[in-house]
Design a protein around this ligand. Structure first.
Ligand SMILES: [Cu+2]
Length: 102
């Protein structure tokens, strides 16, 4: 685990709810895909579901990014820590293919 960063402020309620709803949907969907593998369903059908799951998780990341910008980033800028917060953001984006990928 990397260094733990704390929220400067609470998550926005709408983003928290949206992230939780999406993640719980993913959890249910994932159980379905596991069952497909256990049943040895057609490979391409399973792959489609895995791709759908990846898309759903990317959406979760977008929600989290929006929350981060609207709370932590704004707060850091107000405190004159813009350089630091931008560096941290760019470092994290290296691991976010939907942002850095083709
Ligand atoms: Cu944040």
């Amino acid at each position: 685990m990397e260094t733990e960063h704390r929220h400067a402020r609470e998550m926005k309620a709408e983003h928290k709810q949206s992230a939780l709803n999406r993640l719980k949907t993913v959890r249910g969907h994932l159980d379905g895909v596991i069952a497909m593998v256990e049943d040895e369903r057609y490979c391409l059908d399973i792959m489609k579901q895995v791709s759908a799951l990846q898309g759903s998780l990317e959406k979760v990341n977008r929600v989290l990014m929006q929350n981060h910008v609207e709370t932590c980033v704004l707060h850091a800028v107000e405190e004159g820590r813009s350089g630091e917060i931008v560096d941290e953001l760019m470092e994290t984006l290296r691991y976010t293919p939907s942002v850095t990928g083709p």
